[in-house]
Each structure stands twice: as structure tokens, then as C-alpha cells.
Ligand binder design. Sequence first.
Ligand SMILES: NC(=O)c1ccc[n+]([C@@H]2O[C@H](COP(=O)([O-])OP(=O)(O)OC[C@H]3O[C@@H](n4cnc5c(N)ncnc54)[C@H](OP(=O)(O)O)[C@@H]3O)[C@@H](O)[C@H]2O)c1
Length: 503
Amino acid sequence: MTQNNRSQWDAGRFLKTLTYFEVIPFLNCLQQLLTGNTSNKKTSQSGVTNMGMILVAGATGGVGKRVVQRLLNHNYSVRALVRDAQRGREMLGDQVELFEADISIPETLTPQLMENISAVVCCTGVRVQPVEGDTPNREKYYQGIKFYLPEVVDSPEIVEYQGIKNLVQAAANSLTKADEKLLFNFINTGNRQLSNALKSDNLKAIWGAVDDVVMGGVSESYVQLLDNAMLFTGNVSTANSGGFVSVRTRNFEPELNLTGYEGIELRVKGDGQRYKFILRNEAKWDGVAYCYSFDTEKDNWINIRIPFANLIGVFRAKTLRDAQPFDPSKVNALQLMLSKFEYDGALNPNFQPGVFALQVETIKAYGGSAKPKFIMISSAGVTRPGRPGINLEEEPPAVRMNEQLGGILTWKLRGEDAVRESGIPYTIIRPCALTEESGGKALIFDQGDNIKGKVSREDIAELCLQLLEQPQACNLTFEVKEDSDSDGRLDWKSIFSNLKVDA
Ligand SMILES: NC(=O)c1ccc[n+]([C@@H]2O[C@H](COP(=O)([O-])OP(=O)(O)OC[C@H]3O[C@@H](n4cnc5c(N)ncnc54)[C@H](OP(=O)(O)O)[C@@H]3O)[C@@H](O)[C@H]2O)c1
């Protein structure tokens, strides 16, 4: 490279790019030692990629708190609907967003409660206690096996029926839309507490520039957070045989699984140029890229749909005839690019060297098969009060004492009906007696409301977690108890496929 006919190539920036993406791990270690920064450079799915949020109602209850814990352990963002925020914070820790509300008071179920919610797990239940009183930690209620004469504290009609109906109505708007998964949301709703907007230091930890400096060019780009978008901007130059700028995420850890979705939808405002969106199936820095070119409209917000089926497999802008089809189950990284070239040396017809600007509001996966979006914990026995042929002597206390307990099961059934009629893809779990015993048991599922037995709250919480990712579990109502004879892993997919969908 001579100084006369070529612009100065920036070796420092080249190394910076490679170290950011850990292409040169040694330099990264050195940099960490020098700066004292030892933060993990991989992009974890929690906090940095926004996967939508799960609302847990009754989050301070015996099942609810376990559902929250499991969701957090699996990198979900969680909003907890609680009646007492201080108690919620003490019980659930700092990682959850708390929302103080009461399902029996519709005015408290505001649009903010449902903002960005992708599913609701409803673990509420009218408070039941022994007539003689309980310990402060409700040990008598929670143990679930020994009988204490019970009483209800609030009205079952108001909590189990009206409350569920209120919650379903508040959720219906957000949860009946076509199935999509929010990957990045750059919109700042003005309330950081309630928005999924990323903080700018986070943005820089996820998205880094990969410009033609890696090939000897001198273009330069960066990203920054505006109020309601991520801005990808800079200067693209064709000097030194260059001519591209891009921003790419660090590799996701674990890989993103977009199985079941049709493609990616971007909401963008550009400058009239043609950009590329790129996905990668491998963690390799310089591997196969799956590309899609899209035209922007100057100063207009538009939605761009990128079907996975239309992605072109390329290596350094050369199309690969024998590339494997794109595999949505292992998405390692995303990239936005502006290049002088299309593919195989053809020129981008909508390209101008110089300053460019592309704003991105959201990046979503679209066209997913519906998964359960309202999971309700009901109870075994809800259809048994008053059923001909029932021998009350042999029934669990809630069935036997339904009348004395304010019609608790009758109102729970009405609450179930509100969920079934809502139009939201749902699953209704009817557990037998809940215990505080350890989980990990094999479970027995049934339909028709006939089984008796017990099941650990741990296993019900695990079931809720599994249901969120099971399209086969949509619109099912089933009873569940533990199989006291066996522990074991369950084949969730075949269990839910074998249950009958509600008529
Ligand atoms: N116990 C059993 O053997 C058994 C068997 C089968 C099914 N079930 C059902 O399974 C579900 C979960 O049981 P669990 O033992 O986890 O119950 P739990 O510990 O009593 O939890 C119920 C939760 O609902 C909340 N809640 C009650 N009224 C509310 C309202 N108006 N607004 C908002 N939240 C409200 C409570 O909030 P606070 O924390 O503020 O009180 C609590 O967090 C319940 O529906 C229960 O009826 C229980």
C-alpha cells in the first residue's frame, strides 16, 4: 500500500474490531489485564437481547415465586404482579420488574402492566387458611397433605372469577396478536422501569462495527441509541478498494432458537439506500453469512420482512451454491450492512458513498406457531361439586367443602371459562393437592377431572416454564399429579401432543 494513491489504512481500528469480536483472544486477555475489565464479552440473551416479557400474576404465592425463579434462571425477563411491592422485592429479588396491582380491581390493570408482555402465567388464588390460624409463613396451608379445617379469607367469586376475567381482558389486546418474538426493542417509552429499551452502554456491548477496514478500506460506522431507535451511521468510502460498513452483534450465548418462526421483521427508517441484513449459523468470525438485501425509503418508517426461506448463503459476498439452508434453531449473530456490492461482484443499485443513516426501532421474529400465552393454575376438582355419582367422602377437602369455602371450585371453573373464551392461546393446569416437597417427579396427566393425588409446587412451576415453549400445549385443559413410583425426565412434546385440545 503506498501513501500516494491510497488513503491511510488504520491498523489500530482493524485490531480493535478483531478484539471486540474475540477473533484475537490473546489481545482481548491482554486488554482485559491492562484495563482491569474482565466482563464476559459474549452476548447473553438476558438483559441484552429483549425476548419479550413474561407477566407472573400471584408472584408472591407458593407456585408464583417458583415460576419467577425458573423464568429468571432461563433468561426470561419477568414482570411480577404483586399486591405488596415491598414484600415482592424482598421475596423475588432485584431482577424482576414489580407491578403493584390487584386483579379484583380492574383500574389497577393498566396498559403499562401489559406493555411488551409476551405471555401471562397466572398463579393467583383466593387466600385459604386453617380456621385455627396459620404461622406467618403459612406452613399449615403450604404443606398440603395433613388436613386442617380450612376457610377462605377473600371472596372466591371476586378473586377466582371476576379477577381472572379482569386479567384476561387486560391481556387480550397484547396477547391475541400474531405470534412474534421481540429480539431487540430500541424504543424508549419514557419510563425506563417499564420499557425494554436498552441502555446505551449495553448497546455498545452487543453491537460492534465491522467495516471495510478488515479488508484494507477506510470506511467507518458506529451505532448509538436515539430516543426511539438505534441509529447505524457513519461514512462509507470506496477508497482503497473498500466500500462497506456494518454493525454486527457479538455471538449470542446461548444461540438464539427461532424454530417455528418464518423470518425476521425489521422496523426501519433509512436514507433510500439498499442495506443487507445478515444472520449467522456459526460462531466463526469469517464463516457463512445468510443475507437479505432490502431497500429503504428516505425518512419513512417501514417494516421489512425477511423470510428465512429467502436468505442467500454467502461467503465474503460470493454466493455459495452448496450452502446448507439457513437453520433458525441456531442463530449466532445478526448484522446490518451497507455495501457498494450486492453479490458476486454485482453493484448495489441503491448505494451512495458518503454519510449514511439507518434507524432501527425493533427487530422481531415473525410468523411463529402460536404457543400458550395465558397459563392458568386452576385446580383438580373444579367440575366435581354437584356432579352426579360423586362420593364426597372420597373427594379432597376443596370438593367436599366447596359450599363452605364460598363455592371456591365453582368460581374457579367460571374463571377457567373466561380464559377459554378469551381468544388468547391458553393452557389451564388443574393440579391435585399442592405440596412443598421437592420436585423432579414423573407426572401423570389426565383429562375429564377424575384423578386425586398430590404434586409438588416445584413441578407445577417447571410445567409452566415448559408450556411457554410448546405449541402443542395450546388450548389444553388437564389435571396433573405426581407419579409417586418414579422420578424422571419427561418428554413434554409427546405429553402435550397426546392430550385432547378443548372443544
Ligand atoms: N393448595 C392446594 O392444594 C391447591 C391445589 C390445587 C390448586 N391450587 C391452586 O393453585 C394456585 C396456586 O396455589 P398456591 O399454593 O401457590 O397459592 P398461594 O400461595 O395462596 O398464592 C396465591 C397468590 O395469589 C395472589 N392473590 C390473591 N388474590 C389476589 C388479588 N386479588 N390480586 C392479585 N393477586 C392475588 C396472592 O397474593 P399475596 O401474596 O399478596 O397474598 C398470592 O401471591 C391457586 O389458584 C390455588 O387455588 C391449590
